[in-house]
Design a protein around this ligand. Structure first.
Ligand code: PSU
Ligand code: MN
Length: 305
């Protein structure tokens, strides 16, 4: 733990605390994907499966959430199941994390909030599906995810399948570059687009192995460069939905969001839910596959560190 004043608010699962004390590999997992990213019971099955994958790779999983105002670094099976069924959980980012704690509320932590709490607990690697980023039309809505600022300031490696393709990937990459965040694509010259292996944008940086990624993180710290880094891991080929096919669904979902006046925090969950329906559940299967793929890579990076 790096901040003594935070200690009274945090419960660390014994298995996670032991692994951290022994300097063994730990992988943080987020919980907004459970509370706002997928419907029940797929969310619970996904969350349990991803933890099992991290464990099978020889690392300790720590799903992070806020439950009744307590910050949880690692959930028990019962806590995870209850969270997956909670219908009124908050979606917590940097702006409202302390509100949930001070008010005794329950919430899923976004990439930003999970990074903050992982860093507090001394966890350096975190697996998710896709980060938040610059929304399409952000020049009017100003909707830019706090995930990007968090990547710039908090020293955690975030393993993702890129930015969700519902976003403006080009503008998201521009903001990450401006804020000094390395974006490393795993084994490809092309930036992935969440459900698809390819976007129309080049990989800012490319590395092949978990060791190389761990080395980059260590080198950045040795040079005094603050902040995290984003690893973009393309979804496995047999699970992807091609970008040209997704483009149609994304455009239709965006149109629905606009006509229903969806804004703010509700945008991402609405679009994901809408795309799930439009694809007849295919997008959800791909989403689950890519999270599992990211958990595998994250565990390997955590071990290399
Ligand atoms: N990845 C997924 N599903 C999700 C999310 C990511 O596969 O639901 C969540 C993450 O928690 C991310 C959040 O931080 O969506 C971004 O929300 P916003 O665009 O409102 O910042
Ligand atoms: Mn937003």
């Amino acid at each position: 733990m790096t901040l003594d004043t935070a200690r009274p608010f945090i419960d660390i699962r014994p298995a996670v605390a032991e692994a951290l004390a022994a300097k063994r590999a730990v992988v943080a997992l987020e919980s907004t994907i459970i509370t706002h990213g997928m419907p029940y019971p797929d969310n619970e099955a996904m969350a349990a499966n991803v933890e099992a994958i991290v464990t099978a790779q020889g690392a300790v999983p720590a799903t992070i959430a806020v439950i009744g105002g307590r910050i949880k670094i690692g959930l028990s099976d019962e806590e995870r199941e209850a969270l997956a069924k909670t219908t009124d959980a908050m979606k917590l980012s940097r702006a409202d994390l302390a509100f949930a704690v001070s008010q005794g509320r329950t919430g899923g932590t976004t990439v930003a909030a999970t990074m903050i709490l992982a860093a507090l607990a001394g966890i350096r690697v975190f697996a998710t599906g896709g980060i938040g980023g610059v929304h399409k039309g952000a020049e009017k809505s100003f909707d830019i995810s706090a995930d990007l600022d968090e990547l710039a300031r908090t020293p955690v490696i975030v393993v993702s399948a890129g930015a969700k393709a519902i976003l403006d990937i080009e503008k998201t990459l521009e903001v990450l570059e401006t804020r000094g965040v390395p974006v490393v694509v795993h084994g490809s010259d092309t930036m992935p687009a969440f459900w698809s292996r390819q976007s129309s944008f080049q990989a800012p940086l490319r590395l092949e192995t978990p060791d190389q990624m761990a080395d980059l993180f260590k080198t950045r710290r040795a040079l005094g460069l603050e902040g995290g880094m984003l690893v973009a891991n393309p979804v496995p080929q047999d699970q992807e939905i091609a970008a040209h096919e997704m483009a149609e669904y994304i455009a239709a979902a965006q149109k629905a969001a606009k006509s229903q006046g969806i804004s703010g925090k509700a945008v991402t969950p609405f679009l994901l839910g809408n795309i799930l329906e439009l694809t007849g559940g295919r997008s959800l299967k791909t989403n689950i596959a890519l999270v599992e793929n990211n958990a595998r890579l994250a565990a390997a990076i955590a071990k290399a560190l």
